[in-house]
Design a protein around this ligand. Structure first.
Ligand SMILES: *[C@@H]1O[C@H](CO)[C@@H](O)[C@H](O)[C@H]1NC(C)=O
Ligand SMILES: *[C@@H]1O[C@H](CO)[C@@H](O)[C@H](O)[C@H]1NC(C)=O
Ligand SMILES: *[C@@H]1O[C@H](CO)[C@@H](O)[C@H](O)[C@H]1NC(C)=O
Length: 406
């Protein structure tokens, strides 16, 4: 049945999904890493997946200065559904106790705050946590999401045969398009294939139907996890780079600043690398209880500017030496750069580095105005021959933005 659908697909632009969305990487909040599949609102009412939780996060995004910086999507992950579709209409329905007013009501609330609502479903017969999946109901579910006022769909891949992803994701993309409502399409298409040991090299195909796409394992709240993702993106740098740009971005998964598992330094190293990748900045944390240093990191104007750079380029990994990596990303105005040293070593007092600016990418004779990002400290003007003397902490990064002088 899925295979027949493909024949009906309209030819879409090969440049990317033409829905006007994700011209820069989407920013927002997602429930998964922090709140998981906690459905126990009886003994754990403040931490369970419920309309109350989502409304509180929307309040925090809009009242605490996040919205103005671009954090606009508030997203529900798995475990919002009732265990069965509506028996008479086969429509998806939320759990009645945890979402007593329904999803349309929640979307209206989120929209009233100037934000957008994201929701989760799965291409397979069930979601990863075992709730009803969309297989055989793709069109009906796309229409349901549009009627509810959904703005982003995260579409998972559990309980499906990943050989079918190349039919199912384009079909869902087409059905979303046919609703007439612009819905950002967040796909787990290549990740599903990876899980079943299928390789996926043609990201042009994915980009045609998806705005953002996961292609590696879930991020966990540990620096080991972050390092494994950075390593994967470094190893595949040449392949990935050419597919990143306005309308379509690789999604290395959530930002975990404000979580429990990483030091402040590790959290900022993650944030720096995600900005270098032009990755979505979708945080998963408790915005009601956010440590001040995590808040400062998440709202850092330089990191956000690098991430949201209109060219949407994925940084180049220039070298790796003794566990220290150099990444360089072109940003606007043309000729400007963001530079990150990412230190995977976790021993000692850090790696000192003294380098001519020209040797780490600042090779334009006009020179650069350089600012250290994490402390927002202006370092002054640099010519290619100027020396940059820094120290990169263990399990940390050092990040600068270098604006071209004219
Ligand atoms: C649907 O696709 C067409 C053709 O690519 C595009 O012009 C239109 O904006 C899309 N509509 C939505 C709602 O995504
Ligand atoms: C994929 O490969 C890994 C490692 O070889 C193996 O453990 C796993 O079972 C494989 N998965 C599938 C779905 O074949
Ligand atoms: C360099 O950047 C700093 C910080 O943004 C700014 O205050 C300063 O005016 C800039 N200097 C030049 C010469 O552009």
């Amino acid at each position: 049945m899925i295979r027949l659908l493909i024949i009906l697909l309209l030819p879409l632009s090969c440049l990317g999904l033409d829905n006007g969305l994700a011209l820069t990487p989407p920013m927002g909040w997602l429930s998964w890493t922090r709140f998981g599949c906690n459905t126990d609102c009886v003994t754990d009412p403040d931490f369970c997946i419920s309309e109350k939780l989502i409304m509180q996060m929307a309040d925090r995004l809009s009242n605490d200065g996040f919205k103005e910086l671009g954090y606009e999507y508030v997203c529900i992950d798995d475990c919002w559904l009732a265990t069965k579709r509506d028996p008479s209409t086969q429509q998806l329905q939320p759990d009645k106790n945890r979402f007593p007013h329904g999803i349309k009501y929640l979307a209206d609330y989120v929209h009233s705050k100037g934000l957008k609502l994201g929701i989760y479903e799965d291409f397979g017969t069930k979601t990863c946590a075992g709730y009803p999946g969309s297989e055989f109901y793709l069109q009906q579910d796309a229409n349901t999401f549009a009627e509810w006022g959904i703005d982003l769909l995260k579409f998972d891949t559990c309980y499906s045969d990943s050989h079918d992803n190349k039919y199912g994701y384009p079909a869902m993309s087409m059905y979303l398009n046919q609703t007439g409502r612009p819905i950002l399409f967040s796909c787990e298409w290549p990740y599903g294939e990876l899980q079943q040991n299928l390789t996926h090299d043609d990201y042009g195909e994915v980009r045609q139907y998806c705005n953002i796409w996961r292609n590696f394992w879930d991020v966990g709240d540990s620096f080991e996890s972050v390092k494994s993702i950075v390593k994967y993106y470094g190893t595949n740098n040449n392949l990935f780079q050419k597919y990143s740009g306005p309308g379509g971005f690789f999604d290395p998964d959530m930002i975990l600043a404000g979580g429990f598992g990483m030091s402040h330094y590790q959290q900022r190293a993650q944030m720096a690398m995600w900005a270098m990748f032009s990755a979505p900045l979708i945080m998963s944390n408790d915005l009601r209880d956010l440590p001040i240093e995590a808040r400062n990191l998440l709202t850092n104007q330089y990191i956000i500017a690098v991430d949201q750079d209109p060219m949407g380029t994925m940084a180049t990994k220039v070298w790796e030496f003794n566990g220290l990596q150099l990444w360089v990303k072109p940003i606007l105005p043309k000729g400007s750069l963001a530079i990150v040293f990412f230190n995977t070593n976790n021993f000692g007092s850090g790696t000192p580095l003294s380098s001519a600016a020209g040797d780490i990418g600042m090779s334009d004779a006009r020179g650069y105005n350089v600012t250290e990002v994490f402390t927002s400290t202006n370092l002054g003007l640099f010519k290619p021959s100027s020396k940059l003397n820094i120290r990169v902490n263990p399990d940390d990064a050092y990040m600068i933005v270098c604006y071209i002088l004219s």
